[in-house]
Design a protein around this ligand. Structure first.
Ligand code: GRG
Ligand code: ZN
Length: 333
């Protein structure tokens, strides 16, 4: 019946159903609450937020739920003359917002708008990213102030490969830097010597996947460390002794997917946990059941469900956290 078309997994019992229409409404509402304090407090996250919301909508099968023209206008309004993007108009450029800008433009198939109406074309964006690489050790800074983090290295490989400009950087040195961040437990940290953390594992394994160097990963050791992240309540934590959190459904599961070990997690228990984090009335997902929802946990919960194979969701690419068919088109797989 018509009710059934509203929910993915419509033939599952109520508590196991993803509230698709509610999540779509929740994401649409984020842009229309400009009078609320929360909107202004989160201005520094705006461009990331558009990427998270847009990706969730695509995976939910509602790719047109945000207006395309306004989305492209907003992205272009965040660009600077040096090619980089800030989180919102007038805010300083940074690697992470530049990556979100590229991901959004690729997702709505509007990269050529950079050439037509951007402050620079895609080559200018590529040069902004490339000058953030330390040519001696291969690492990347997030901006001109120089903080180094494997998140920025992954962001560079992600955005440049989507624009087919990987030749702008020293990929061999970037790979060597990731290897220097590897630990004896099979995981990776934020920099050489730092403890393993699931978020950092996602970015390091993702970078190696883009560089086509997954052969360097100790897949059995890493797979067992990642599988130990599942707790009795079904949820995943990001490192030993920490609490479960929906976003690790992405950081952990995508890493397992990239090394071919998705089967090492109890998927039924995890999908139950993720669905318990939904707000069934107003939409959106929280980090854990009963907490306040936000768009960050909403996209990573939905993307985790997509990796699990939850019925009705579009497949997600485990490296890019974008719709699989979008990535296939962009990188020419
Ligand atoms: C394209 C998906 C995509 C990402 C771009 C920003 C980025 C690149 C990746 C972030 C990877 C990362 C480090 C994720 C972890 C985020 C997180 C939940 C950190 C929390 O760490 P703690 O120590 O929390 O505050 P725990 O869970 O350890 O208690
Ligand atoms: Zn989280």
């Amino acid at each position: 019946g018509p009710g059934r078309a509203q929910v993915a997994g419509g033939n599952l019992p109520n508590e196991l159903q993803l509230a698709v229409e509610k999540h779509v409404k929740y994401i649409q509402s984020l842009d229309t609450r400009k009078d609320e304090l929360e909107y202004w407090l989160t201005e520094h996250l705006r461009l990331n937020g558009v990427y998270w919301g847009l990706t969730a909508l695509h995976l939910l099968g509602h790719p047109d739920a945000l207006p395309r023209h306004e989305t492209v206008e907003f992205v272009l309004s965040c660009q600077h003359d040096n090619g980089g993007f800030g989180p919102a108009p007038g805010h300083d450029p940074h690697m992470l917002y530049t990556v979100s800008a590229v991901q959004i433009l690729v997702t709505v198939d509007a990269l050529d708008e950079l050439e037509k109406r951007g402050k620079t074309g895609r080559e200018g964006v590529g040069r902004y990213i490339a000058q953030l690489q330390d040519r001696d050790d291969g690492s990347f800074a997030g901006d001109e102030w120089g903080e180094t983090d494997t998140r920025f290295l992954f962001g560079a490989l992600n955005a440049l490969s989507l624009m087919r400009l990987l030749s702008y950087i020293d990929v061999t040195k970037a790979v060597a830097y990731v290897q220097a961040c590897a630990n004896f437990d099979g995981g990776y940290g934020v920099s050489p010597g730092a403890e393993s953390h699931a978020g950092q594992i996602f970015v390091c394994v993702g970078a190696l996947a883009i560089a086509d160097r997954l052969d360097l990963v100790d897949k059995d050791r890493l797979g067992s460390w990642l599988s130990e992240r599942q707790l009795n309540n079904g949820g995943l934590n990001g490192r030993p002794e920490k609490l479960e959190d929906v976003c690790y459904s992405w950081w952990v599961m995508s890493s397992l997917a990239m090394i071919g070990k998705l089967g090492w997690i109890d998927k039924d228990k995890l999908s139950k946990f993720i669905l318990q984090c939904q707000d069934p009335e107003l939409g959106g997902m929280a980090d854990r059941p009963g907490d306040a929802v936000d768009v960050f946990h909403t996209v990573f919960g939905i993307a985790g469900l997509s990796l699990i194979g939850y019925p009705g969701l579009k497949p997600v690419d485990p490296i890019y956290c974008m719709p699989l068919e979008v990535v296939n088109r962009a990188v020419g797989r």
